[in-house]
Design a protein around this ligand. Structure first.
Ligand code: SAM
Length: 351
């Protein structure tokens, strides 16, 4: 099974990523002189750069992809002693911040998903349009998408495609994968894209999207355990934000946005409507740890959308920390019903 990937170089990170809603994020965080800000998804450093430019602040940047290091080194030279890059997952933020020498933060932001650098490089394995190894890991270790596709049962694969891709024909795709891998292992992105397109036939083409869009999204979320990571990141931000500190999250698909919306609503004391997916929480018993900065999500304006089509599905939500204690961590309240086991658990690697 794939575990370690070749070392990446600075050349791997040369496709520009255009930061989405960066100005709105920096404004809502109210970045000020002397403040400590966490950019939990450094990527090409667009948010970090704008924070460092807008005030004499310090930025603790986190990214689980080691390929961003050269970008951070170069940005760090422009803003000496004010940028600290941690090669880690933002879910570990509550432990990482003190290790980096900071007790609390004035603002935290997460700009979720993959960067253009990751998506545009076929060899990272995220794209159904570029041939490459079926990898999809943002970091450098752990099981890859090929490991999942070649080793999980049809039922496990179908659950992943259904829950993380909201793919209605998940079982048909899973069965096609299991049949195909009996002939030869599925190890390339285009090989998988062809199997999915063949399984869905003409039905998927009518939507205008590539038939493998949802399957690839689902595998990426699964391989990087993105929903649990997001929940861990939100809970960690709640612990390390100072009172009046703000948390701003940009998400790009409904699963993430729903999770952020629900977390913010519950921690702000907004009673959720009844839903079979969401058991009643204990928000009436606890003092709100956040208050909403706005109701609803902000979206990119027309100018940004025409300059950067990748911004089209972005949703920005923001909350402000109250002086109340952080709530206890809880997965069950927030993750969608039927969320598959994590890849680490399924492959017996612990978490
Ligand atoms: C959309 S890009 C961020 C772009 C960035 N805001 C910019 O302006 O360039 C997302 C980045 O977050 C990283 N990432 C995603 N999930 C992460 C996690 N749980 N922990 C740390 N980094 C993560 C990815 O590796 C990727 O580089």
């Amino acid at each position: 099974m794939t575990r370690q990937r070749r070392n990446r170089t600075a050349d791997d990170a040369n496709t520009p990523h255009v930061a989405v809603m960066a100005r709105e994020v920096v404004e809502v965080l109210a970045v000020h002189d002397g403040g400590i800000y966490v950019d939990g998804t450094f990527g090409a450093g667009g948010y970090s750069r704008m924070m460092l430019q807008s005030a004499h602040c310090t930025v603790v940047a986190i990214d689980r992809d080691p390929a961003v290091a050269p970008i951070a080194q170069s940005l760090g030279r422009e803003f000496p002693d004010r940028l600290h890059l941690l090669s880690a997952s933002f879910g570990d933020l509550a432990a990482l911040l003190p290790q980096a020498g900071f007790a609390m933060a004035d603002g935290v932001t997460f700009d979720l998903g993959v960067s253009s650098m990751q998506l545009d490089q076929g060899e990272r394995g995220f794209s159904f349009q570029k041939d490459g190894p079926l990898d999809m890991r943002m970091g450098d270790s752990g099981p890859s998408a090929a490991d999942a596709v070649n080793n999980l049962t049809a039922e496990q694969l179908a659950d992943i495609f259904f829950t993380y891709g909201e793919e209605r024909r998940s079982r048909v795709i899973a069965r096609a994968i299991v049949t195909a891998r009996e002939q030869e292992p599925i190890i390339r992105t285009l090989q998988l894209a062809r199997i999915v397109a063949g399984a869905l036939g003409g039905a998927a083409a009518a939507s205008g999207k590539h038939p493998a869009t949802r399957t690839f999204q689902a595998l990426r979320i699964y391989v990087n355990d993105e929903l649990r990571e997001l929940l861990r990141g939100l809970q960690a931000a709640e612990k390390i934000l100072k009172p009046l500190g703000r948390l701003a999250v940009v998400s790009f698909h409904s699963l993430e946005d729903r999770l952020v919306k629900q977390f913010f609503a519950s921690r702000s004391g907004v009673r959720p409507g009844t839903s079979r997916h969401q058991p009643p929480d204990d928000s009436t018993l606890r003092a709100p740890s956040f208050k909403l900065v706005w109701n609803g999500a902000h979206k990119p304006g027309a100018a940004e959308l025409s300059a950067n089509p990748r911004a089209r599905s972005a949703h920005l939500r923001a909350v402000e920390r109250t002086p109340a204690s952080a709530w206890p961590d809880s997965e069950a309240m927030i993750l969608p019903a039927g969320t598959p086991q994590s890849i680490a658990e399924m492959f017996g690697e612990g978490s």
